[in-house]
Design a protein around this ligand. Structure first.
Ligand code: M6R
Length: 615
């Protein structure tokens, strides 16, 4: 969580920092702050509880000059969101300021030691402790350069950090370092940009250096970028070209990123299949799997680890791998798995799914599985992310940047890639009939067009949203492949509209949730044609008998459910196993419209952040 930015060069730093923070606001928006050194040598720090726009209002009449600066947008961990706990934080003398993304786990004991040495603290944050420690180290060794003091301090801390430090007495240097939290440095002509991801950098330069864990960057005006480990070993920076276009991170005429990303799905699903699937030849090319084909072929078990929406994609994968490839699958919440002393065998395949590739729990679960000798396969969206780098092999989802906090196109891209993986493994194992395999490849190719069809239903879905926008609760039901979609529908609604919603396997309803049903309860059901259809129709009848209100996703042409439901949303027919790719779209649109109608901040829902880099 938290977004960090930094700039050193010949331009005015403030507008670059602000624009960068606005791009990173999806990472956290409890407070924002900046620090610049003016040409007269003043260190000006402005910080404010709330959004970047609040910060802008609060400092509009202040001196914001300077061509070196740092900025931060916060998702609070230590200390409530208020002005004082906002970053940047000062050292004891106020000569140094720091911004930080991550958590210093042993900050309390360090703080105690510093307090005994006369340090006083303004905030409740772990970050302030770190900058005091750095200054304290320098105080005892006045000749030590700031970069070395930072290294010395980082050798004393446990936890995760991406930090940038500014020294009032040195207008030509920024010191940055990272461990466990992402950081990228843009290398321009006589200027450098620092950010949590490349989105604040892409419009200035395409040359970037991804900073590795426990590396410290010494960024000096007019000099080459220098990188050292925290143990003071020199590293040669690896400059690579950014594969990101500016348009991909802008709203492109849509009111919200979430809506844009929902509409991008025909394209993003296509992109996640591009170069991998050829239905004419029956060929599937999944580079990562080919490298470990033997392991997949002989795997007795697949363990999926993920969080949130990615976990729901993992649930779909469970059905896919079991049906196509006949491999047992366990789907685990990474946050539970990592602390459970799980039984993992060296011949297990672990699939880690993550849009951001930075989720702390997923990363920790991967490290745990690695120690047991399992093969770890990543399904990530963000290229070069920590999870992508921590895994033995993987397949990127190629969905493009997802900025809305509510995951939409990442889900369908993940399910697409997981479907291709399951098919590939099934084929290699000989677990699937050739005719079925071919039929599924053809059907996969038709999914983008089918999603396009569903998007045309936006206006009617908006009308349904208007009818249910004031509901206090909602139930989402589905069976088989549609059960994970029910979970995903409920998550979408609750996270952006703050309506309490639960997803349930339709048949499980009678074991408890049915008690909730009355005339005020909207029940969103997936009742598409397939092996479970009749069963779901019975479940719908059970809801109707208790006066619940049914909104059903059905296969085009359905008549039976239409007779019972308040509303039906007709989606094009597809193979049962591919229905999630199509049926999730109406639930995404419905949540979006309900949230907008309720006046919620769709792209930045309260208390959330896009990538959860803390446990
Ligand atoms: O980046 P990841 O896929 O690892 O993120 C996992 C979850 O934090 C994420 O899916 C979250 O649940 C979204 N807000 C859901 O819309």
């Amino acid at each position: 969580m938290c977004g960090i930015v930094g700039y050193i060069g010949n331009r005015d730093a403030f507008p670059i920092l602000i624009k960068g923070l606005q791009r990173l606001e999806y990472r956290g928006y409890d407070s924002a702050g900046v620090a610049m050194i003016s040409p007269e040598g003043n260190l000006n720090v402005y910080k404010k509880k709330g959004k970047v726009s609040d910060l802008l209002d609060s400092c509009k009449d202040k001196d914001k000059s300077g061509n070196i600066g740092i900025g931060h947008t916060r998702w609070a961990t230590h200390g409530e969101p208020n002005d004082v706990n906002s970053h940047p934080h000062y050292s004891q003398t106020k000569d140094l300021v720091i911004i930080h993304n991550g958590i210093i786990e042993n900050y309390a004991s360090i703080k105690e030691g510093l307090q005994k040495r006369g340090h006083t603290f303004l905030s409740e944050t772990d970050t302030e402790v770190l900058i005091h420690l750095i200054e304290d180290i320098r105080k005892h060794e006045p000749e030590m350069k700031l970069g070395h003091a930072v290294m010395a301090a980082l050798n004393q801390v446990n936890g995760a950090y991406a930090i940038v430090i500014l020294d009032k007495n040195d207008r030509d240097t920024l010191i940055a370092a990272k461990k466990g939290s992402p950081m990228v440095i843009g290398v321009g002509k006589d200027e450098y940009f620092i950010a949590s991801d490349a989105s604040p950098i892409v419009e200035y330069t395409k040359n970037v250096v991804y900073i590795e864990d426990e590396h410290v960057a010494i960024i000096r005006r007019g000099e080459e970028l220098k990188i050292r480990t925290i143990r003071d070993k020199e590293i040669t920076p690896y400059v690579q070209e950014l594969e990101m276009e500016l348009e991909a991170i802008e709203k492109g005429g849509y009111d919200h990123f979430m809506l844009k990303e929902i509409y991008e799905q025909p394209r993003s699903i296509f992109d996640s299949m591009r170069g991998r699937l050829n239905s004419e030849t029956g060929h599937l090319k999944m580079g990562g799997i080919e490298e470990h084909e033997g392991k997949f072929k002989n795997a007795k078990r697949i363990i999926v680890i993920a969080c949130g929406t990615s976990w729901h994609a993992g649930m779909v994968a469970e059905y896919l791998f079991e049906e196509y490839a006949r491999i047992p699958v366990e789907v685990e919440y990474a946050s539970e798995f990592r602390y459970r002393n799980p039984i993992i065998y060296p011949d297990d395949i672990v699939i880690a799914i993550s849009q951001s590739g930075e989720t702390a729990d997923t990363l920790a679960a991967i490290e745990l599985a690695k120690t047991k000798g399992a093969t770890i396969f990543g399904v990530c969206n963000v290229v070069g992310s920590s999870i992508a780098r921590a895994t033995h092999a993987g397949s990127y989802t190629h969905a493009g940047p997802e900025i809305g906090v509510a995951s939409t196109k990442a889900f369908t891209a993940q399910v697409t890639v997981l479907t291709l993986m399951a098919l590939h493994v099934a084929k290699v194992k000989g677990a699937i009939a050739e005719s079925r395999y071919r039929q599924l490849l053809y059907e996969m190719e038709s999914i983008p067009a089918k999603v396009e069809e569903v998007l045309k239903l936006n206006d009617s879905i908006k009308k349904i949203a208007a009818e249910y926008k004031d509901a206090a609760n909602a139930l989402y039901l589905g069976r088989g492949y549609s059960f994970p979609v029910a979970l995903e529908g409920a998550l979408k609604l609750k996270e952006i509209s703050y309506i309490h919603a639960e997803g349930y396997p339709a048949a499980e309803m009678k074991h408890g949730p049915i008690a909730l049903i009355d005339e005020a309860m909207p029940v969103f059901v997936i009742a598409t044609k397939g092996p479970n259809y009749e069963k779901v129709v019975s479940n719908i009848q059970e809801v109707k008998a208790r006066k619940g209100r049914i909104i059903a996703i059905v296969t085009a042409g359905d008549v039976e459910v239409k007779k019972m439901a308040e509303h039906v949303i007709e989606i094009p027919e597809t193979d049962e196993s591919l229905v999630p790719l199509v049926s999730v779209i109406p639930w995404q649109l419905l949540s979006y419209h309900i949230a907008v109608m309720r006046g919620c901040n769709v792209d930045q829902p309260r208390n959330l952040a896009k990538s959860v880099t803390v446990e």
